[in-house]
Design a binder for this molecule. Structure first.
Ligand code: KIV
Length: 280
């Protein structure tokens, strides 16, 4: 299958066809997503929590993002990949250009994503002018969780909802190709989706967005430290994996694994010669 482009995503929106996005952080998960023909892979900085075991996305570094983006590209050569710019890697336009450039040139991502509203419009402009496709992310922005006062739904009162609406319009004007809306009321997501011409991708933003995104480990039931209301677990791979490891460990202890099926053999003649040599 040919890799989809931003024109394909625009076409899907105009035909009312939803866009599916899911995170991946390594070669096997990326291969699974490509086989399943997901529209877009996001190498999210959520990898800090679900893969690296940090308490938040704040400690994630550029080197970590690059390492994982490269692995994802190897697993999904024909899928549109968006890579997250980690916290403080785009605080100035110079840093943004340098670091977004690395994700595109070294990581082979098709676009970068950054968190923030109209205050980041100039950064989006700089990156877009340089030829880098930028995905915006507003609403609950985990990189600035300390300013938001926790993982809470955003835009619940008139002022904050109006501000998010304004943020979306400013980012679109600055050149974003797509906008992630995280943890906002569905009515606000619908208003923003109707007003924007670029696709909106929701996570905890209701069903009226142009597409949806989830974290791979949440969908597969591989991360149970914190399960937000907007997560739907399609599988419970975490408990299946624990059972498989328990079975393996038991069989090792009982000498039930490995059997001949999983072993290599020498001929009787060579085996005997080796024993004879020992006896001499
Ligand atoms: O890092 C991430 O996985 C994200 C999604 C939750 C949108 O930004």
């Amino acid at each position: 299958m040919a890799k989809k482009t931003i024109h394909d995503f625009q076409r899907m929106v105009s035909k009312n066809e939803k866009i599916s996005m899911l995170t991946a952080y390594d070669y096997p998960s990326a291969s699974i997503l490509e086989k399943a023909e997901i529209d877009i892979i996001l190498v999210g900085d959520s990898l800090g929590m679900v893969v690296l075991g940090y308490d938040s996305t704040v400690p994630v570094t550029m080197e970590e993002m690059l390492h994982h983006t490269k692995a994802v590209r190897r697993g999904a050569p024909n899928t549109f990949i968006v890579a997250d710019l980690p916290f403080l890697s785009y605080a100035t336009s110079e840093d943004a250009l340098k670091n977004a450039g690395r994700l595109i040139k070294e990581g082979d991502a098709d676009a970068v994503k950054l968190e923030g509203g109209e205050g980041f419009a100039e950064t989006v402009r700089v990156l877009t002018r340089a030829g880098i496709s930028v995905v915006g992310h507003i609403g609950l922005t985990p990189q600035t969780i300390s300013q938001l006062g926790g993982y809470k739904v955003q835009g619940k009162d008139f002022e904050s909802a109006s501000q998010l609406n304004q943020d979306a319009l400013s980012l679109e004007k600055a050149g974003i190709i797509m906008l992630v809306l995280e943890a906002i009321p569905k009515q606000l997501a619908e208003i923003i989706t109707t007003e924007l011409s670029v696709p909106t991708i929701g996570i905890g933003a209701g069903d009226k967005c142009d597409g949806q995104v989830l974290v791979f480990h949440d969908l597969m039931g591989l991360f149970d430290k914190f399960v937000p209301k907007f997560v739907k677990q399609y599988e419970s791979l975490g408990s299946l994996a624990v059972e498989a490891v328990k079975k393996y460990s038991k069989e090792v202890k009982e000498s039930a694994f490995p059997t001949d099926k999983h072993s290599f053999s020498l001929s009787e003649e060579i085996t005997n010669r080796l024993y004879d040599k020992k006896r001499k």
